[in-house]
Design a protein around this ligand. Sequence first.
Ligand code: ZN
Length: 196
Amino acid sequence: MADSELQSGPAEPMLLADHLALDLLNTEAGTGGQRIDFWRNGEDVSRWLQRCGIDGGTPEAVDQEALLAAAKDLRATARELIELRKRGEQGDPQRLNSYLALQQSVPVLEWTKDSVRLVRRGLLQSPLHSLGKVAEAVAELLATGEFELVRQCEHPDCVMWFYDRTKSHRRRWCSMALCGNRHKAAEFRKRQQVEK
Ligand SMILES: [Zn+2]
């Protein structure tokens, strides 16, 4: 991510990873030693869940501090396991499994004037239940993802992750508009210095 982006914003974490599990890691971003955490409170987490298309239930009903703590813990767990998997090492799935368990749901029969439907409803009607869905994306990546396509942006200062879904599998940057252009500008300056 470019320095100017860090200083001025963006206000929201960018969803550019092409995988929910990696967008989760990218809610912490930064260049060099500088890191910013886009999650400062429970509302930040709820908003992120919503932007990712995950129904957060009724946020009022949830202890915002508990949500923030759980989301950050899930993110740290995901980061550890994804990094281990990337290095070809074995991880301990126990903590991730406890987040998967948040998804527990029961079948419910809904009967209205117009229809009779069998649906599944989460036992926890809250954003904590939604964290279970995020945990599932992490587990799904770990179990079935092609890890040579799970990569970090090539810019030496950038910590953003992505899943390379391009046809040629040659994606190098978190975003062409940020690090791709920074790289191009640096290459251009190098060429100019050689020509002088
Ligand atoms: Zn980058």
